[in-house]
Design a protein around this ligand. Structure first.
Ligand code: LLP
Length: 432
């Protein structure tokens, strides 16, 4: 019935998440409110970890891509689930460090890490820095050398596969701001530079082919291309690459019509392809790293708003305005992303209306969706937007000086705040 198994409807006709009444939570904590189902998140973590155990003898690590939703509690959950973390900024790295996440399981990404961020990574002793370009390689080697340390690195490679939600293309794809191109020889040149440097230790190669992908084939193809590169590196430099990081990008169900692939199927096919390729190429099996973000947390979160004005413009459309908008979910305005929505306090009623859901920001484009099917709503009702666990809070802003909502986690029928609602005084904290 719903896009996520975390969701249901109780005897009052209210939407529940993880068995907890979302309307009660809205009353208790106010709106807009992000609600996340911890049990669902943990089940996803376990499914990924198990898929590497079942298909690859456990020779790998699942890194949660914390850009999807980063906070200290999420770091603690990932640690508990024996996962690693993908961080992409000093802020995400700092969050993991403050949460006492084991730094050797943190992998640091980014196409333009600053000197300060690189120093922080060296000081904290991260598992590896995913080096994006030669400028970074040079800076990092110098910082590590000055600190008297040797830092593990991986190279971000452009494998020449560009995947989108429902299709993928094989292109030169040299035109991306991320990483080293294979076909120009740039990637091999970088490897040859790295092996000369005593303060860096090249342990792996990385690629990431896109996000919200439903098809397994582009992942298989990327794995094959990367194995070939590992073999070429061995042939040209004698170096045996130990780790293959295949990035994230696995699609989730936003709409009823979306049909994501089970993670197990993905890992079976990718592991088989890697084993076959390594066998053909005569190289040893690398450890596999994967970096799911959206598929760990996306479907396990909802946002609950309170409906304010409902404006019917005859023969044009009905605007249902809510007390949040692009400031807590910029994905419609950025990507025209579609979501399932419903009236949380009338969840059993039929969806008879087709409306435009508008936010409260001073911007005409501030919408959460157009042509959205929902129940008939009136001011004071709670509107729930589903599958908002990923890239909502993490992309939220303070536009119009609107404080960021509270994030509540539910588990085993109980609820707790994991990120407090911002206050007005938080907004002026740094003003002079
Ligand atoms: N690893 C790397 C290197 C990435 O660049 C990304 C996402 C991931 C892992 C995680 O991908 P996921 O499993 O979450 O698809 N703001 C956009 C999504 C941007 C994704 C960027 N990179 C959105 O709201 O759809």
């Amino acid at each position: 019935m719903f896009v996520s198994d975390s969701l249901n409807v109780n005897e009052k006709g209210h939407l529940t998440i993880g068995g907890v009444d979302s309307v009660d939570l809205a009353k208790k904590y106010g709106t807009p409110l992000y609600i996340l189902d911890e049990d669902g998140i943990r089940a996803n973590c376990k499914a990924y970890v198990k898929s590497i155990e079942d298909n690859y003898g456990g020779n790998g690590l699942v890194l949660y891509a914390s850009k999807a939703f980063s906070c200290m509690e999420m770091c603690r959950i990932c640690d508990d689930e024996k996962m690693g973390l993908d961080v992409v900024s000093g802020g995400e790295l700092y969050t993991a460090h403050r949460a006492e996440f084991p730094m050797d399981r943190v992998y640091f990404h980014g196409n333009n890490k600053t000197q300060d961020e690189l120093s922080m990574a060296v000081e904290f002793g991260v598992g590896a820095v995913i080096v994006d370009n030669l400028t970074e390689l040079e800076s990092l080697a110098k910082i590590a050398e000055d600190a008297g340390k040797v830092v593990n690195i991986m190279f971000r490679i452009k494998p020449g596969i560009d995947a989108h939600t429902h299709n993928f293309i094989r292109t030169g794809q040299i035109d991306s701001k991320f990483g080293f191109a294979l076909e120009t020889g740039e990637a091999m040149d970088a490897v040859k530079e790295a092996v000369k440097l005593s303060s860096v230790n090249l342990v792996g190669v990385h690629c990431h082919i896109g996000s919200q992908i439903f098809d397994i084939d582009p992942f298989v193809l990327a794995a094959e291309v990367m194995c070939k590169f590992i073999a070429d590196v061995k042939a040209e430099t004698g170096l045996e690459i130990e780790k293959l990081n295949l990035g994230g990008g696995f699609g989730i169900k936003y709409l009823e019509s979306d049909e994501p692939v089970p993670y197990g199927d993905y890992m079976t096919k990718v592991a088989d392809a890697i084993k076959a390729a390594c066998n053909d190429l005569g190289i040893k099996l690398p450890a596999i790293l994967i970096e799911p973000g959206r598929s760990i947390i996306g479907s396990e979160g909802i946002t609950v708003y309170t409906v304010g004005a409902v404006k019917n413009i005859p023969n044009i459309r009905t605007y249902v305005s809510v007390d949040g908008g692009m400031c807590d979910n910029p994905r419609y305005i950025l990507y025209q992303s579609q979501y399932e929505m419903l009236c949380a306090n009338k969840a059993n009623e039929e969806k008879t209306e087709t409306v435009t859901v508008a936010g409260k920001c001073c911007e005409s484009g501030d919408l959460l969706g157009e042509n959205v099917k929902i129940q008939k709503v009136e001011p004071g009702d709670n509107l729930a937007v589903l599958s908002t666990g990923a890239y909502n809070y993490s992309m939220a802003s303070n536009y119009n000086r609107i404080p960021k909502p509270c994030s509540v986690m539910v588990s085993g029928g109980k609820d707790r705040v994991i990120i407090k609602r911002e206050t007005y005084s938080d907004l002026t904290r740094n003003d002079i």
